[in-house]
Ligand binder design. Structure first.
Ligand SMILES: Nc1ncnc2c1ncn2[C@@H]1O[C@H](COP(=O)(O)OP(=O)(O)OP(=O)(O)O)[C@@H](O)[C@H]1O
Ligand SMILES: [Mg+2]
Length: 226
């Protein structure tokens, strides 16, 4: 489904973020990308989102090369992806419910679709009862659930989660990972970039390890080893 072919990303001569990285991700896979700070995890996700271009190599998504994608097609491409970040990136002036509605409005969805889909997605992430609160009235875990609801609302094929548990205590971190597992079981491909050893080791899912931009390990039921 996703194929990274000989990807090199050089930001500058001092910042070579990825070096000849090749691997494939199957549909419905749950894959963790691990590695020390600066290993190239976020860069890999940015290349897949087409917010950066590789210096060399190509990335195929459903057999389409996304590296020479036109600006018009970028929007279409990103509709297939839901992204979740460490710092949530919520709109503070909107409630959890409104944060999700906002995305539907941007996508031009009808009121009918909004009324039908938003409560469903808030239920999936377990936020129904807290959905009329603003981000500053929500716990860190609830904020991240809101961000995941927002990422899910357009039914993406792939969820990218870049250190989604970075600001969470172990309880909330584990909850968020369970939520990602549930979403994966519902059929969505998950790409999780993280430093969190305990989480990756507990998953028993595929782990790709980057070290200074190189892919140094790719294990089916991997453990985090650095
Ligand atoms: N826009 C940029 N311009 C120049 N160098 C960059 C840029 N973005 C990242 N880098 C460099 O590329 C390398 C990889 O960065 P990247 O953010 O992909 O690492 P990471 O594995 O996500 O790290 P972290 O775990 O800290 O999030 C680092 O050396 C970083 O300094
Ligand atoms: Mg990063």
């Amino acid at each position: 489904m996703i194929k990274f072919e000989n990807i090199t990303k050089i930001y500058s001569p001092e910042a070579i973020a990825l070096k000849d990285v090749s691997f494939e991700i199957e549909k419905k896979e749950f894959i963790s990308i691990v590695g020390k700070s600066g290993a190239g995890k976020t860069t890999l996700l940015k290349l897949f989102l087409a917010s950066e271009k590789p210096t060399q190599g190509r990335i195929l998504f459903n057999n389409q090369d996304i590296c020479d994608i036109t600006p018009e097609d970028i929007c279409q491409h990103r509709k297939k992806i839901g992204a979740v970040f460490q710092d949530y990136k919520l709109l503070d002036s909107k409630t959890a419910y409104e944060n999700v509605v906002y995305i539907m409005e941007v996508l031009g969805k009808s009121d009918e679709e909004i009324l039908r889909d938003v409560p469903k997605v808030l239920d999936i992430v377990g936020l129904t009862e807290r959905s009329h609160h603003y981000p500053n009235e929500l716990s860190a875990g609830e904020r991240q659930r809101t961000a995941i609801a927002r990422a899910l609302i357009h039914r993406p094929e792939v969820i990218l989660a870049d250190e989604p548990t970075g600001n969470l205590d172990p309880y909330n971190a584990s909850d968020i990972i369970h939520l990602l597992l549930k979403i994966n079981e519902m059929g969505t491909t998950i790409i999780l970039a993280t430093h969190n050893k305990e989480i990756v080791n507990s998953l028993g899912k595929r782990v790709v390890t980057l070290d200074q931009g190189k892919l140094v390990r790719d294990e089916k039921k991997g453990r985090f080893i650095l």
